[in-house]
Design a protein around this ligand. Structure first.
Ligand code: ZN
Length: 436
């Protein structure tokens, strides 16, 4: 059976379905057998079970078969998250037709949170492909489990559920009824598509780096206080009110199971086995203003490039320790009595100071405590000088209300002393012949 030339972003299933439709054969099984050596090729629309046929059909050499299969199937989505040391094993298993084991290694899928891979298409892509090639085909990126929007046309993807006994092409599905589309935010769907596609184009994602970048971002967003302590409840509360959670609740193909967010904390702190779906979902939820921003930052974080964004977010590879605060900075922050003074001594803008403080929560806590202590002491000094200037003050109205408030909340004993002093003047005041 003749195979047409495969498009750069076409799935292997799509290639076989096209060959079948060109052959005018009426038997899907016979086409499957002659193309890929098994009767059940139609069921493998997401990931080919065995890839030996790629070599026999001269689509690849033995040593490039798994690369070709990766590029032309949803393996493109999962592979970057697989440790590169597993590639040779995966390649051997895949060539040998040890499907279940190969699939498990590629998808790193979990029993508790499985996802389905329905066939998905974009109507605008079909039109464009028919115009350019005279045929429609299944685009690899549309099949990614977290992709529900065509990033080329910004169209919602239509989809057909389940595995099928026939070779399907997008054009034939167009005439059928699409399964109900996941409603929800188009912006969220665009971010998911972009992050998934960005990841798929990377050779390999540095998991330690993406984990650290995610923690830093969550900290900068104020979701967690420290990246080292586990904040299960805070993560749950944040995720459940996130637009992504709303999106997932209505999403098909097993994605609704991710909407509650229990999977996040173990992945971040216990470093539980994780896979592409979870990282793409979590990264997409991190409050991005555009899908391009989400994709660009993912790319940098996954490649372990340090990023400084608007002086707020710093992303570092976990292998590189978070940089120590310079000792001059620490000593100024241990002695200066205000932001202005520290900024003047260090010759840096305020946001730089804030970043140093955020990078060292203990130093920040000491700094805040000391600033507050100084503010209270200054307030007390001002109140005492008011008394010294005017010993007969008898009403709080003559004193700074801000200073009194500060004292009341942070130095109750001193506040008590001041107010009792005010009170001690009152009998004398009452003794004045004012009412009579
Ligand atoms: Zn499209």
């Amino acid at each position: 059976m003749n195979l047409p030339a495969i498009e750069n972003d076409e799935t292997l299933y799509s290639l076989c379905a096209t060959a079948h439709s060109m052959s005018a054969s009426s038997s899907s099984q016979r086409s499957s057998l002659s193309l890929i050596g098994t009767l059940h090729g139609t069921l493998q629309h997401d990931l080919p079970a065995s890839i030996q046929w790629l070599v026999e059909c001269r689509l690849a050499e033995t040593d490039t078969a798994s690369k070709v299969a990766r590029r032309h199937s949803i393996a493109a989505y999962y592979f970057p998250f697989v440790s590169p040391c597993r590639y040779p094993l995966i390649s051997d298993l895949w060539l040998g037709g040890k499907t279940t084991h190969a699939r498990r290694l590629i998808q790193s899928s979990s029993r508790t949170l499985p996802v389905a891979h329905p066939l998905k298409w974009c109507e605008a892509c079909i039109e464009e492909d028919l115009r350019k090639l005279g045929r429609s085909y299944w685009h690899v990126a549309h099949q990614f489990p977290t992709t529900w929007r065509c990033s080329r046309h910004d169209f919602s993807l239509a989809y057909i559920e389940g595995r099928h006994k026939r070779w399907l092409l997008p054009l034939s599905c167009l005439l059928q009824r699409s399964a109900p589309l996941p409603s929800g935010s188009a912006a969220m769907a665009s971010i998911l598509s972009t992050v998934g596609e960005t990841a798929s184009q990377l050779e390999s994602v540095q998991i330690t780096s993406i984990r650290q970048a995610t923690l830093n971002r969550l900290q900068a967003m104020g979701v967690i206080h420290s990246t080292r302590r586990v904040h299960h409840d805070r993560i749950l509360a944040w995720f459940r009110s996130n637009p992504l959670s709303t999106f997932l609740r209505q999403a098909p193909a097993g994605l609704a199971r991710f909407s509650e967010g229990e999977w996040i904390a173990p992945m971040l702190w216990r470093q539980k086995r994780s896979n592409a779906v979870r990282w793409v979902l979590l990264w997409s939820a991190l409050d991005w203003s555009t899908s391009a921003e989400a994709g660009a930052f993912f790319c940098d974080a996954a490649s372990a490039l340090p990023i400084v964004r608007a002086g707020q977010v710093e992303l570092f590879d976990e292998a590189l320790p978070i940089p120590e605060t310079p000792s001059k900075v620490s000593s100024v922050l241990e002695s200066a009595s205000s932001y202005e003074e520290a900024m003047r001594l260090l010759q840096v803008p305020r946001n730089q100071l804030v970043r140093w403080l955020e990078a060292d929560p203990e130093m920040r806590a000491r700094w805040r405590q000391r600033l507050q202590k100084e503010r209270v002491e200054n307030a007390l000094q001002r109140l005492i000088s008011s008394f010294l200037r005017n010993p007969s003050i008898s009403s709080a109205a003559a004193l700074s209300s801000a200073d009194l408030r500060l004292l009341k909340s942070h130095a109750p004993r001193e506040y008590e002393a001041i107010t009792s002093r005010l009170a001690s003047f009152r009998p004398r005041q009452r003794s004045l012949p004012l009412d009579g």
